[in-house]
Ligand binder design. Structure first.
Ligand SMILES: [Zn+2]
Length: 86
């Protein structure tokens, strides 16, 4: 399942932060965007992944990360964004 083909780079980044248990305000700080922008990304994630509720989305994010389902190009972006968090 290559769900990341559906996501923009930003949405993918947000998805990975969710997997780390980051809050909306923490994600906003990391990506240097407003919280409402993060909420928009989260809403798009719900639409694209057909999840409802934060817990379900976070579970999907954790599975995605554990099973290493990033596409090659998306992975590069994630490493750029969170290289110092590993
Ligand atoms: Zn990923």
């Amino acid at each position: 399942m290559r769900i990341m083909l559906l996501l923009t780079k930003r949405e993918h980044s947000v998805f990975h932060y969710l997997a780390q248990g980051a809050t909306t305000s923490e994600i906003a700080k990391q990506l240097q965007v407003s919280e409402s922008t993060v909420r928009t990304h989260v809403r798009h994630l719900h639409e694209k992944l057909v999840t409802s509720g934060r817990a379900q989305l976070v579970r999907a994010a954790v599975l995605h990360k554990e099973r290493d389902m990033c596409t090659f190009r998306s992975r590069e972006q994630i490493q750029d964004d969170s290289a110092d968090q590993r």
